[in-house]
Design a protein around this ligand. Structure first.
Ligand code: SF4
Length: 501
């Protein structure tokens, strides 16, 4: 009986270069498979962008049951296609795609002869069931019908089962961390920490109009499920003791839906006198406004490093369009509150290029950003993400109304990148130039080089030098909307395309 399963994390484009954490979603899938006696190998192509082909060929053999790939929309698709074709060239080994992109567009993937199955939605249990079916001496396609979220081909037809409507929790004691080949290879730009991503809560109850979460969780009984503080802190302690974790990145969609949730975690961290840094990927303006000085102080003292906050826009009209439920004044108030804390770094996320967004709206956003940096030198501005219409979101419909044509093929999805060069039909030439300028300059307008580049290395020295030289130009362009003679942009795109492989 074949029982080897190779799970692949494809390369991620330039974002994978900035932060390369252990592939948490693959560990979740691997947990169920290893418990059911399958032999799992995790291959992370981000670590071997030039040598993954040979590595994969070395792993593939007669005992390989299937190769599973986790695929997000955008540039990871390019690498996932390459991996799939390589597998298919070696023999009839099934290829399974899971993750964000197969969740929204499984049919477009299954048309391809290099993909046999897709798994939409959470894939822990479905992967086990699929592995069990495929490992039988006679495969019975009838069994595929009962596998939640499975997409497959039968008698020339593409069939996509309904997804599992819930979160699949994996206790940390079941996480096969031993499958990670070399922890020292994981990194985050400028950081010296050994970072481990974990979840403290699943899901999100909000309804941001650009985000896929509301449609994914629409029929879930509970849209936000926090885990018990004891379990989370046990997990942190385990990672610290066994793998030398020095920082935990909470990958939650939203950690602060109920402030007591994180409060109970930091209390537990304090009670155990655990020395660990913590960063939170999901926080909202309205939630930070509910945190008083004491709460923020406790967060900081417990080791909070970065709090990522999705602000998205400085234009009230666009905030309303996004259904963020906040006022521009709330953003300033939140920033002031965070600035009073001298330990926490607040990282702000943005989206630009939405249908109906005018040049004036974008300028409102850049004005807000400049003020935020001036009021709070410990805030970092993440480069604005280009609005990407995602199927299932409210703004996808608006984009269609404004002439958006969804990529017609899987290959076209490769260029649907947040930092890519693709323009949308609703961009005017002024907006397009403005977006290009903001994509480059926003890396340099704040104090990232001081706040984030902690590691002493030649590369970081070069980045700091670049900051020193280019920052005044970047801030000038950004502040006054100067888009002429943007010679920086082709250089920026050169780097983006270099990582699209
Ligand atoms: S953007 Fe964040 S807060 Fe808004 S719905 Fe999505 S996950 Fe929730």
């Amino acid at each position: 009986m074949k029982n080897k399963i190779i799970l692949v994390q494809p390369t991620m484009g330039i974002s994978g270069e900035l932060a390369c954490h252990i592939p948490l979603s693959l560990l979740y899938v691997a947990s169920g498979l290893t418990k059911n006696k399958f032999k799992v190998i995790i291959m992370d192509n981000r670590l071997y962008p030039d040598s993954w082909r040979q590595k994969l060929l070395d792993y593939l053999d007669n005992n390989t049951l299937f190769v599973g790939i986790t695929v997000m929309s955008g540039s990871p698709i390019a690498n996932a296609i390459e991996v799939s074709k390589l597998v298919k060239n070696t023999g009839p080994i099934p290829v399974v795609w899971g993750g964000a992109h197969p969740t929204v567009r499984p049919e477009q993937i299954l048309i391809k002869n290099f993909v046999d199955f897709t798994i939409s939605g959470s894939g822990v249990n479905s992967s086990i069931k699929l592995a069990e079916s495929l490992s039988k001496s006679i495969i019975n396609p009838e069994e595929f019908k009962d596998i939640a979220g499975l997409g497959y081909k039968h008698n020339g037809e593409i069939i996509c089962n309904k997804i599992y409507k819930g979160f699949e929790h994996v206790p940390y004691t079941d996480m096969p961390y031993y499958l990670i080949e070399d922890f020292s290879k994981y990194r985050q730009i400028g950081s010296t920490e050994r970072i481990f991503p974990i979840y403290s809560a699943y899901g999100c109850p909000y309804n941001c109009a650009f985000c896929v979460s509301p449609s994914l969780y629409r029929d879930f009984k509970y849209k936000w499920v926090p885990l018990p503080a004891k379990e989370i802190v046990d997990h942190i302690e385990y990672l610290k003791k066994n793998y030398g974790a020095t920082e935990i990145y909470f990958y939650d969609d939203d950690s602060f839906v109920n402030l007591d949730h994180i409060h109970s975690i930091i209390k537990e961290v304090r009670n155990r006198t655990l020395k660990i840094k913590m960063s939170f990927r999901g926080a909202r303006v309205n939630e930070v406004l509910k945190m008083d000085k004491e709460y923020l102080h406790e967060l900081a003292e417990a080791g909070t490093h970065i709090l990522h906050i999705g602000i998205e826009s400085g234009s009230q009209r666009i905030l309303d369009l996004f259904n963020k439920g906040i006022k521009v004044e709330d953003i300033f108030q939140m920033n002031r509150r965070l600035s009073e804390n001298k330990k926490i770094i607040s990282g702000y996320n943005w989206i630009i290029g939405t249908p109906t967004e005018t040049l004036q709206n974008i300028k409102e956003t850049t004005n807000v950003i400049i003020k935020l940096i001036d009021h709070n030198p410990r805030c970092i501005i993440f480069p604005p993400n280009k609005f990407r219409p995602l199927p299932g979101t409210d703004l996808f419909i608006l984009a269609i109304q404004h002439g958006y044509k969804e990529p017609a093929t899987l290959e076209e999805w490769i260029y649907e990148e947040l930092e890519g060069d693709k323009s949308q039909v609703w961009y005017t030439s002024e907006i397009e130039k403005m977006i290009k300028m903001l994509q480059v300059t926003s890396y340099f307008i704040d104090n990232k080089q001081v706040l984030l580049l902690k590691k002493h290395s030649f590369k970081n020295m070069l980045i700091k030098l670049l900051f020193m030289l280019y920052r005044p130009v970047a801030r000038f362009r950004f502040k006054y909307g100067i888009t002429g003679a943007l010679i920086e942009y082709p250089i920026f795109q050169f780097f983006v395309s270099r990582y699209r492989k």
